[in-house]
Structures are given as C-alpha cells and as structure tokens.
Design a protein around this ligand. Structure first.
Ligand code: HEC
Length: 108
C-alpha cells in the first residue's frame, strides 16, 4: 500500500500550510502610513513635489508648529485648500504632519 510513501507528502503539505499561516500573520501587521506617499497623492498637486511649492505655498523648512500643520490639513483653508479630516485617518494625518515638518529648508 502507498500509505508509507504518502507520509512524507502529507507532512510536507502540513508544513507548507503552517508556513503560509505564519507568513500570513506576519503580513497582516499593518504597515505605518507613509507620509511621502500620502503627500504625493493628496498634496503635491498644489504644494509641488516634495512640498517645494506650486499654487500652494512652499512647505520646506516651515516654521509652523505641528498643531497648526495638523489643523490646516484637517480643516483646510476656505477657498484655498480642501479639508482632509473626512478623507484621511488620523494616523495618515499624523504621518503627513511628520513628513511636512521634516522637509528640509531649501539651500541658499
Ligand atoms: C487644492 C490645492 C491644495 C491641496 C490639495 C493642498 N493644499 Fe495645502 N494649501 C493650499 C493653499 C493655496 C494654501 C495657502 C492658504 C492660505 O492662503 O493661507 C495651503 C496651505 C497649507 C499649509 C499652511 C502653510 C503656511 O505656511 O501657512 C499647510 C501646512 C498645508 N497647506 C499642507 C497641505 C498638506 C499636507 C496637503 C495634503 C494633505 C495639502 N496642503 C493639500 C493648497 C492646497
């Protein structure tokens, strides 16, 4: 009977399933949102790539406190900038604030 020969195959199947289950657990850990990616998607059309300014102001090296940056992103500016509090999760807004605050001031 092939029972004995089937054992290694059955063992391999179980091992594979366990490996997939484990990697599934590892992959389900949510990655923190990327401020750079969020900025490119939601902000750069007005503030330019890397926040260098376009129809919206240059954000590099901003002196604005974190709380003001956060409020501006959440509430927007009437007639100028849309509000993002309904579009983005608070972790995404936090990532954007960190990204903007970390933009280096232009040299020169
Ligand atoms: C539709 C264009 C537009 C979009 C999209 C936009 N902004 Fe703005 N943003 C502006 C304009 C215009 C101003 C200047 C408003 C004013 O006159 O005070 C501004 C102001 C700001 C300010 C205050 C700057 C300062 O020095 O006073 C911050 C910070 C800011 N935006 C961040 C962001 C971030 C982060 C995003 C993406 C989540 C974003 N903006 C998306 C147009 C935009």
């Amino acid at each position: 009977m092939p029972i004995v020969r089937n054992h290694p195959a059955a063992y391999a199947t179980v091992t594979l399933a366990a490996t997939l289950a484990l990697s599934g657990i590892a992959m389900s850990k949510p990655a923190p949102p990327s401020g750079a990616k969020l900025f490119a998607v939601h902000c750069s059309r007005c503030h330019g790539p890397g926040g260098r300014g376009d129809i919206g102001p240059d954000l590099r090296g901003t002196d604005l406190p974190v709380s003001d940056i956060k409020d501006t992103i959440k509430s927007g500016v009437p007639q100028e900038m849309p509000a993002f509090d309904a579009k983005l999760k608070s972790a995404q807004i936090t990532a954007l604030v960190r990204y903007v605050k970390a933009l280096p001031a232009p040299k020169g």
